[in-house]
Ligand binder design. Structure first.
Ligand SMILES: NC(=O)c1ccc[n+]([C@@H]2O[C@H](COP(=O)([O-])OP(=O)(O)OC[C@H]3O[C@@H](n4cnc5c(N)ncnc54)[C@H](OP(=O)(O)O)[C@@H]3O)[C@@H](O)[C@H]2O)c1
Length: 290
């Protein structure tokens, strides 16, 4: 890659950013399409989000992704926020349109694209979501948008699950329920076709800790989706496979949210297969280290 005077600079803001796969994924895509663009990680603390957004304007960065913990903090600093991102309350992609900063959430459609690629249509289906943070909000609003029949949310802090259930109900008039993640979820899962883990439980380096559910609580009719992608096969997915469920890891969502951000920035179709290949290669390298 040769950096020149006209090279467009994109970036990732977050804390931490050092293990992110987004630079590998986006630089692979830029190179594959022969675009004079580069993508860099920037460590940004929550307290500095306002000045970091101002730096996007001052330095003429072409676009930025946001990751933990900034997605929910960035909204007040933008010139415009797409309606869906506003509903979700989180922005993971900024497009700089001649100094006007527009915020989008590509996690939500990225999750739907990963379900589609796995051959699962969520419309008319009952879903159970574990977690009520940024990812759970993106996933549940995405499911509501495409006509899920019911969404039940279970979280460690029950009031956050209740808030998400109420927000979903207000936006989509969808039957929802909220509860404590440590309760026995077998009954809630009985009528469900989709289970999504939107908590970090099972993520590297704590990948050996007990999963939130055991095979006894799961049934064959479920697609069990873990948003975690490191490791590729979490202990929850092991349990799900043992219970006869179909499983899906978080790689698809990661790649499709990136592909959709790429498309917003460049106006070009993203080379999603190449992006996925780059991510898997990096993850397998990390697995060897870990
Ligand atoms: N594949 C992808 O592209 C993709 C995209 C986004 C996120 N993710 C993954 O999704 C997960 C959540 O991310 P996020 O952005 O939503 O994080 P977040 O906003 O910090 O929310 C984390 C959620 O997990 C719950 N939680 C945390 N530790 C827990 C524990 N030990 N036991 C039970 N619940 C626990 C939290 O409960 P409290 O409310 O009680 O704190 C909260 O609901 C992460 O693993 C992240 O890597 C994947």
């Amino acid at each position: 890659m040769r950096i020149k005077g006209l090279t467009k600079v994109y970036g990732l803001f977050g804390d931490p950013v050092e293990h992110s796969l987004s630079p590998i994924m986006h630089n692979t895509a830029f190179q594959a399409l022969g675009l004079d663009c580069v993508y860099l990680p920037f460590l940004v603390k929550v307290k500095d989000i306002g000045s970091a957004v101002q730096a996007v304007r001052a330095l003429h960065l072409a676009g930025v992704n946001l990751t933990i913990p900034l997605k929910e903090h960035v909204l007040p600093y933008l010139d415009e926020v797409e309606k869906e991102a506003e509903h979700i309350g989180a922005v993971n992609t900024i497009v700089n349109r001649d100094g006007r900063l527009c915020g989008y959430n590509t996690d939500a459609p990225g999750f739907l694209a990963s379900l589609k690629a796995a051959g699962f249509d969520p419309s008319g289906k009952n879903a159970v979501i574990l977690g009520a943070g940024g990812a759970a909000r993106a996933v549940s609003f995405a499911l509501a948008k495409v006509g899920a029949a019911r969404i039940n949310i279970y979280n460690r802090s029950v009031e956050k699950a209740e808030k998400l259930a109420a927000d979903l109900n207000a936006a989509y008039r969808l039957p929802t329920a909220a509860g404590d993640i440590s309760s026995d979820l077998a009954a809630a899962l009985k009528g469900a076709e989709l289970l999504v883990n939107a908590t970090p439980v099972g993520m590297y380096p704590d990948h050996r800790s007990a999963p939130l559910l055991s095979r006894k609580q799961l049934h064959q009719g479920l697609l069990v989706c873990d948003l975690i992608y490191n490791p590729l096969q979490t202990r929850l997915l092991d349990e799900a496979e043992a219970a006869g469920c179909r499983v899906l890891n978080g790689v698809g969502m990661l790649v499709w949210q990136g592909a959709l951000a790429f498309q917003l920035w460049t106006g070009k179709k993203a080379p999603a297969a190449l992006m996925e290949e780059a991510v898997l290669k990096a993850l397998k390298g990390e697995d060897e280290d870990g």
